[in-house]
Design a protein around this ligand. Structure first.
Ligand SMILES: C[S@@+](CC[C@H](N)C(=O)[O-])C[C@H]1O[C@@H](n2cnc3c(N)ncnc32)[C@H](O)[C@@H]1O
Length: 218
């Protein structure tokens, strides 16, 4: 069993402003760990995490693949999350490259069909539209969870681009909860980008039924 990344450098103030890893984060770690052999065999060169928060997930991926075997790009809308992500990389000896931006905006053209692993634990909690828009605009802690209608407003904006980013042998791991309508997400990705999907892992956590969906071309 691979150890969870060391986050002891993050203080209480960081946790007030940046998402503190929780059940959804740990389910994603478990999903990646379960796929360790496949991931290593794939030999990914470019990894991209959207919404990296503390940096815990990318640091974990780096421990699976090897810190210097791939480029670990991490985006987050929250500037403070980028600072924490960088520090978490340093603490765990995985060079993480954070970029503060909306989703993958500045990268999409340059990384066209070249990203081998994409990770996204999005703000998936259903809220009203205004709450999500406000959370996105203020780029603070509420942006970690406020997902708008069906909890899908932020995720949908990224799903529209993911097929253009993913390399031919790429894999995309997405965290979702049952209310996000997972069958509809999978069908849409199949129709739009010809991406196959499988449920890598699922778990009930309190009131949430969480899923890790893994998309790939083959
Ligand atoms: C549920 S948290 C996940 C954090 C971390 N990946 C984890 O699993 O612990 C969602 C993250 O997405 C970020 N986020 C929300 N909207 C975003 C956007 N439009 N672009 C980039 N990041 C965004 C939030 O700031 C937050 O860090």
């Amino acid at each position: 069993m691979l150890p969870t990344p060391d986050l002891s450098h993050l203080d209480d103030d960081d946790k007030l402003h940046v998402y503190d890893p929780a059940e959804d984060t740990f389910l994603l770690l478990d999903g990646l760990e379960k796929d360790t052999d496949q991931l290593r065999t794939q030999k990914p060169l470019i990894c991209l995490e959207i919404g990296s928060g503390s940096g815990c997930v990318s640091a974990f991926l780096g421990s699976i693949l090897g810190p210097t075997n791939a480029l670990y790009l991490c985006t987050d809308i929250n500037q403070r999350a980028s600072v924490c992500t960088f520090a978490t990389g340093k603490q765990n000896k995985v060079p993480l490259s954070p970029i503060t931006c909306d989703l993958s905006k500045p990268l999409s053209m340059r990384l066209r069909r070249s990203v081998d692993i994409i990770l996204f634990n999005p703000p998936y909690v259903p809220t009203d539209h205004e709450e999500s828009v406000h959370a996105q605009g203020s780029a603070g802690i509420a942006g970690s969870w406020a997902g708008g209608l069906d909890g899908m407003e932020v995720t949908n904006r990224f799903l529209d681009n993911v097929g253009d980013l993913l390399s031919d042998c790429g894999k995309f791991y997405l965290v979702a909860q049952a209310q996000n309508n997972i069958p509809e997400i999978c069908e849409r990705m199949q129709i739009k980008f010809n991406l196959n999907s499988r449920i890598a892992l699922q778990r009930r956590a309190g009131r949430e039924h969480l899923f890790i969906i893994c998309f790939s071309r083959s």
